[in-house]
Design a protein around this ligand. Structure first.
Ligand SMILES: [Zn+2]
Ligand SMILES: [Zn+2]
Length: 296
């Protein structure tokens, strides 16, 4: 099970209702951040998340409303005596920015930063349990979206069937499992996609392909397509179109401008295009459950 906690769901600057962009993803004991706008550590604290469990930070782009919280997070982790490395992934420039902050002693990380700069689509993180891929988006500055994909788990051995056939439990069971005999279909892993800031684009479709949850920006309400185009953003209806094309299971709209109407009115605009849409709210968590494997 993966838990997703939006920490900031507003565009550009904080309001009393919505902080600037950040989203926490919790899997097992690990915490991962997508974007890290100002006051991300305050929001994480309010959400009861443990920053000491932070393994990686994926930055979509270097606009301040997506990164200004990272120096604070690094500073607090240093004060708390962290020693293990922290992976930071983002577009080219993120290394120079963090290096300068270090030289100026704005922050002086007491632990290694594994900085990965992106120029093109590719793998952003690989662990035994999951992969994170990055793809370019379409914004005013270089921007990347991400898809976290759990690796599939092997199917379960059909113990009942073996028992019914008179095979007693023992080493034979392990051999059947290793040979893939009497084993059900593999359990597909959970797929989570994070796509902001961007115009509706192919990168968003590819990242959201079959996703259990696609988090996509919807900076503007319907009717403000011109503003969205001029400023490198999407309307909520354009975001719903991406979710539909991608065949995502669920869409969570975020990066909402203060000009957006209340969630119910927004959903009325979106639902005809993609019915499984939700409006993100700061600190309101979502649980992602794995799909049952397809019947054999
Ligand atoms: Zn933004
Ligand atoms: Zn931006």
């Amino acid at each position: 099970v993966i838990t997703v906690v939006p920490l900031g769901t507003g565009a550009g600057r904080p309001t009393s209702r919505r902080n600037v962009s950040a989203l926490a993803l919790v899997r097992g004991g690990d915490l991962v951040l997508f974007d890290c706008g100002e006051a991300t550590q305050h929001q994480a604290r309010r959400a009861g998340l443990k920053l000491g469990h932070l393994r990686a930070v994926f930055l979509t782009h270097l606009h301040g409303d997506h990164v200004n919280g990272l120096p604070g997070v690094i500073g607090s982790l240093t004060l708390s005596g962290r020693e293990e490395p922290l992976r930071v992934v983002g577009p080219r420039g993120v290394a120079a920015w963090l290096k300068l902050l270090g030289e100026l002693r704005v922050v002086w990380p007491g632990f290694p930063l594994e900085i990965i700069e992106l120029d093109a689509a590719g793998a952003a993180w690989e662990t035994p349990a999951l992969t994170v891929e990055a793809r370019p988006l379409d914004h005013r500055v270089p921007a990347f979206g991400y898809a976290l994909q759990e690796r599939p788990r092997p199917g379960t051995l059909d113990v009942e069937k073996l028992r019914a056939m008179g095979v007693p439990p023992g080493p034979a069971y392990r051999e059947f499992k290793e040979r893939g005999e009497f084993v059900g279909p593999a359990h597909p892993g959970i797929r989570f996609a994070y796509v902001t800031d961007t115009r509706p684009c192919e990168g968003g479709v590819e990242l959201g392909r079959g996703a259990d949850l696609l988090v996509h920006e919807g900076t503007y309400p319907a009717g403000r397509e011109d503003d969205a185009r001029d400023r490198g953003h999407s309307t909520v209806v354009e975001a719903a179109g991406i979710a539909a094309r991608a065949g995502a299971r669920r869409l969570l709209l975020t990066h909402l401008s203060p000009s957006c109407p209340e969630p119910d009115a927004l959903l009325e605009q979106v639902n005809p295009v993609f019915a499984k849409s939700e409006i993100a709210e700061d600190l309101r968590p979502l649980a992602l459950e794995p799909l049952e494997p397809p019947p054999a």
